[in-house]
Design a protein around this ligand. Structure first.
Ligand SMILES: *Cc1c(COP(=O)(O)O)cnc(C)c1O
Length: 217
């Protein structure tokens, strides 16, 4: 069930910050996606490839975002339609996206995922690795990748000062590369999107506040 009250208030907040919403529909039924689509929501985020493929087949006209950890051998299946891959977290994944883009003659839009949290479990490049990649003529090396910006996840904690500091560090990296083409800073989810917006997020990824708690993910 979609929480319409939360959806409306999130949309209002985002418009104050000129930020966009990816509605994170992972584990949720297609009916929920269809009801949000009826309200004008067009961007949806998934983090399991098989689930994404099933949903995309049913709703091919939506903008599908891949927000999770993507295995290289799965790139091929989403490459024809994916709107934005948020989680580029290794050079080998980047190479594979470029390769699949070349096969399709399609430039695939991507964000570099940066590790900003204190936790061991979160994927991502270090800011140094991202700088290395971006300073070595990125477009020439990866002509079928359209690098749109950065994505990061803050530590899952009640310590809002820490979360703020982590988001701020990502925003500083983003500002170094920000341009007409590099204009997406994907940060903030249900628990921390307000801080993310204050710290300059342009795209939040919100699931449970809109679709309700997930039983599992
Ligand atoms: C699940 C997920 C979200 C959304 O989480 P909520 O807490 O439900 O808003 C955002 N980003 C990523 C990468 C996720 O995997």
């Amino acid at each position: 069930m979609v929480n319409l009250v939360n959806y409306a208030s999130i949309k209002a907040e985002l418009s104050l910050h000129d930020a966009q919403l990816v509605a994170v529909s992972k584990t949720k039924p297609i009916e929920d996606i269809v009801s949000l689509k009826a309200l004008g929501q067009s961007s949806f985020g998934e983090n399991y490839v098989q689930e994404l493929l099933t949903k995309q087949e049913s709703q091919p006209n939506l903008k599908w975002h891949f927000i999770g950890h993507l295995q290289s051998n799965k790139v091929k299946s989403i490459a024809p339609f994916i709107h934005l891959i948020h989680g580029i977290d290794s050079l080998s994944l980047l190479k594979e996206v470029n390769k699949q883009g070349e096969k399709l003659n399609r430039k695939i839009s991507c964000l570099l995922q940066i590790f900003i949290a204190k936790e061991e479990t979160k994927f991502g490049l270090s800011p140094e690795e991202a700088n290395d990649l971006l300073q070595k003529d990125f477009q020439k090396q990866f002509p079928f990748v359209s690098m749109k910006g950065f994505m990061g996840m803050a530590t899952n904690t009640n310590d809002s000062q820490l979360v703020r500091k982590e988001f701020k560090s990502l925003r500083l990296l983003f500002e170094k590369y920000q341009s007409a083409d590099v204009n997406i800073l994907s940060m903030g989810m249900t628990s921390d999107y307000k801080i993310a917006l204050e710290e300059g997020s342009t795209l939040v990824r919100i699931g449970s506040a809109i679709f309700g708690e997930r039983i599992s993910d």
